[in-house]
Design a protein around this ligand. Structure first.
Ligand SMILES: C[S@@+](CC[C@H](N)C(=O)[O-])C[C@H]1O[C@@H](n2cnc3c(N)ncnc32)[C@H](O)[C@@H]1O
Ligand SMILES: O=C(O)C(=O)C[C@]1(C(=O)O)C=C[C@@H](O)C=C1
Length: 247
């Protein structure tokens, strides 16, 4: 994985462009996401542990919005069910190219890894195969809000009995004091990870038009409306959380 550190927003920009998963972001992405998302390494590793509990033999596991394939690699470390394979999907050409390189590197170092197919495409246009595990790790927040319910409905329809969707997201909070406190604590987390006030402010304006977080209540209601029977939060660190949704 690239060790390059994230300095993308370190210099003052005359106009901050909307955030995009382009070549510049890809180069620094492992550093960016670890320094920006509290609990990210814990979420990714344990996503593998959870997936191993829900994976059904001879089924497909999806990593939707796979970026550089961190979740796919965790699935490969933990899932032991017979005959499973991973389909990893992302619509950023730069991400998909680098993801394939990393996974090929893993292939050449270890034997008996789950087979992986990396697809460059829009998850909104994906024809889902019957699946036992679907991971949406910080991806739904980048999907247009009006498209989210239909996507979750299609995932629910494809899920096999005994399977699960694992959904990780940045949260907003309906209570304004709670929202302000956790937002300020997230800024403190970024500061503690070496980001300057300028970097934090410019990144905030870069993502505000492209990333629209929901509240925990909105997620729960939407997942139930999509046909899931149970929603179980399993992790929260500041304003970032991960949920298990059962079919
Ligand atoms: C925050 S990153 C996900 C991080 C990754 N899952 C991980 O755990 O390291 C969001 C990813 O979703 C992808 N994405 C956003 N909208 C998408 C869409 N409609 N179809 C496919 N991928 C999408 C972006 O290109 C980006 O790589
Ligand atoms: O809220 C932020 O500041 C973030 O940087 C969050 C977030 C995310 O949750 O995906 C946004 C974009 C980058 O991909 C990395 C992290």
């Amino acid at each position: 994985m690239s060790k390059e550190s994230d300095r993308l927003f370190a210099q003052p920009l005359a106009q901050v462009p909307d955030f995009a998963f382009n070549e510049d972001v890809v180069r620094v992405f492992p550093d960016m996401i670890k320094r920006s998302v509290p609990g990210y390494p814990t979420i990714v590793e344990n996503l593998g542990v959870l997936a191993a509990q829900f994976a059904q033999p001879h089924s497909v596991l999806y990593d939707l919005g796979c970026s550089l394939g961190a979740v796919t690699q965790a699935l490969r470390r933990h899932v032991r069910s017979d005959g499973c394979r991973v389909i990893a999907v992302d619509n950023s050409t730069a991400m998909v190219e680098r993801c394939r390189e990393y996974l090929n590197g893993q292939d050449s170092m270890f034997q008996e890894l789950l087979p992986v197919e990396v697809i460059e495409g829009d998850i909104l246009a994906l024809e889902f195969q019957p699946t036992s595990v679907v991971a949406l790790n910080f991806t739904l927040q980048f999907i247009a809000p009006e498209q989210r319910l239909a996507l979750l409905g299609r995932i629910r329809q494809a899920l096999l009995p005994g399977g699960a969707l694992i959904l990780s997201e940045k949260l907003r909070f309906n209570d304004s004091e709670e929202h302000a406190l956790l937002t300020e604590l997230h800024v403190a987390f970024k500061r503690a990870n070496g980001y300057s006030e300028l970097e934090i402010a410019q990144k905030r304006s870069a993502i505000e038009n492209v990333m629209k977080p929901d509240s925990l209540e909105e997620h729960r209601e939407r997942l139930l409306a999509a046909g899931f029977s149970k929603v179980v939060p399993w992790f929260q660190c500041l304003n970032f959380a991960s949920l298990i949704a059962l079919p």
